[in-house]
Design a protein around this ligand. Structure first.
Ligand code: SAH
Ligand code: SF4
Ligand code: F3S
Length: 464
């Protein structure tokens, strides 16, 4: 059951923020927030910063000398967790020098009992642990730390939706807007449904209101967020297609992006909708994970290689010029070299524009963690490099195909390859560097592509 946090409760949190501000008086303290993981976590990080700013904290990029440090963590792979433990370990000395420092850990990692227990036992310098469903209570939790330095662990059960948390956005041009939280898919390798709870959608009216407000503030790209956006709105009697149409109908030139998608829910109707909605990105990120039906079955993905290929075919028919990218896991328990070759052949067949590739990481509590996994890490590493080689070849061709095309680019900053250039993204989400005046940042421009680089293209501004 989803619990909607009431307006009264949110007002109570505002009062705690005010009380903290009164404690600080003339000397505003500084906070450092370090976010790990996916866009969903980055979006939570923006809320954490929004609440801290309201409380009266200044923000800093480094933990050195900070009065408050918050690690907003990710649990998706072991190396994500190792990095957090490494960072926590190195704060120990900082805290010895400055015992007034408050150290907090939140996000997906602390939703796992064994991790919370490990932090409690082995990292005594951590003052506060709070789960994803307690995010909205940050002002109250900080007030608790400021008024009584008792260690607090707040990881409540029960999935919540809280509206009206202040947000300090990372970018004025690109705004992330969560449309749903949690996941019901239980892919057998994945920890997300355990740490983020059941799927629940925000009301369309709340989403539209937020989008209107960021557009009024100058945003030109809206990134709709959810673990599986294609199943948005099921429990509200609406759908992702309907939401896209409603956003597409808002005034002005802006781009609508979304992530992530699950191939099982990527229907023809949705592809038709995207084809008709001119503001929606021409980039389809459609994680396939494996090209072997046997492995897809074990992964609990609910589609076959053939189903996937048919979706790709329909996208290419309805949205010519679309870019298609994907996620791949190498070395799922029980995967053989034969299975892996099926993945390679799928990649050759689809010709993805780019891939996010991961070596399987066992996550405690998931189904896959119980499966036999006889292949060595060394062998998996070899397969992984083979995959990168194949995609490296394909990716290069995919970028070269843009040479000679004039594309509508949202200019979002100065160049990645050279700082005297501007940079932006095409409707296919390809990075483009080009010469131009800085006043173009935040605007749409037309760029003729002249050169393909690795991970980017270069072009020239043209009129229109
Ligand atoms: N909900 C999104 C994102 C999930 S996490 C989606 O379904 O697309 C992003 C990617 O991390 C996944 O697509 C998968 O490729 C990878 N991933 C998830 N769990 C993993 C694990 N245990 N080991 C390795 N990669 C994993
Ligand atoms: Fe994880 Fe699968 Fe849900 Fe994505 S859809 S978050 S991979 S369980
Ligand atoms: Fe990581 Fe949590 Fe996102 S586990 S990938 S930060 S939802």
């Amino acid at each position: 059951m989803t619990r909607n946090i009431s307006a009264e409760e949110m007002a109570r949190q505002r009062e705690f923020a005010q009380k903290c501000a009164e404690l600080f008086g003339e000397n505003p303290p500084i906070a450092h927030v370090h976010t790990f993981g996916c866009q969903q976590n980055v979006s939570d990080g923006e809320k954490i910063k929004g609440m801290l700013a309201e409380i009266g904290y200044g923000l800093t990029d480094s933990p050195d000398g900070a009065d408050l440090v918050i690690f907003n963590t990710c649990a998706v792979r072991e190396n994500a967790e190792d990095r957090v433990f490494g960072n926590l370990g190195s704060l120990k000395h900082e805290k010895e020098r400055n015992p007034a420092m408050i150290i907090a850990v939140c996000g997906c990692m602390v939703e796992q009992g064994h991790i919370t227990e490990k932090i409690r036992r082995s990292y005594p310098h951590v003052d506060l642990i709070f789960g994803t469903n307690a995010l909205y209570r940050l002002p109250e939790l900080i007030y608790g730390q400021l008024s009584d330095r008792k260690r607090e662990i707040c990881v409540p059960d029960g999935d919540v939706i809280s509206e009206g948390i202040p947000i300090l956005r990372e970018s004025k041009i690109k705004a992330s807007v969560p449309i749903m939280y949690g996941c019901n898919n239980f892919c057998s390798y994945c920890i997300v449904p355990y740490v983020r709870g059941r799927e629940r959608s925000r009301k369309p009216s709340d989403i539209i209101e937020e989008i209107k407000s960021v557009l009024a503030d100058g945003a030109r790209e809206i990134l709709l967020l959810g673990q599986n956006v294609n199943s948005y709105g099921k429990e509200l009697g609406t759908s992702f297609s309907e939401l896209l149409r409603e956003i597409n109908a808002l005034d002005g030139e802006f781009r609508i992006c979304y992530m992530s998608s699950h191939p099982r829910d990527f229907t023809k109707e949705l592809i038709d909708t995207i084809a008709e909605c001119e503001k929606v990105t021409r980039h389809f990120h459609l994680p396939v994970q494996s090209g072997s039906d046997r492995i897809l079955g074990l992964m609990n993905r609910h589609y076959t290689r053939d189903d996937y290929l048919r979706i790709v075919e329909y996208i290419r028919e309805k949205v010519p010029g679309a870019a298609i990218t994907s996620d791949i896991i190498v070395g799922f328990p029980g995967e053989t070299y034969e299975d892996f070759r099926e993945t390679l052949s799928l990649i050759e067949e689809v010709r993805f524009d780019s891939l996010y590739t991961f070596i399987y990481s066992s996550r405690k509590g998931t189904k896959a963690a119980e499966m036999d996994d006889p292949i060595t890490d060394e062998e998996k590493g070899k397969w992984f490099r083979e995959l990168l080689d194949v995609q490296g070849r394909i990716g290069k061709d995919m970028y070269e195909k843009y040479i000679g095309q004039t594309l509508r680019v949202l200019c979002d900053g100065t160049g990645r390859t050279q700082s005297d250039l501007l940079t932006g993204r095409t409707p296919q989400d390809v990075i483009v560097d080009f010469e131009g005046d800085k006043s173009l940042i935040g605007k749409f421009v037309n760029v003729k592509i002249e050169e393909a680089l690795i991970w980017a293209v270069k072009g020239k501004l043209v009129d229109g």
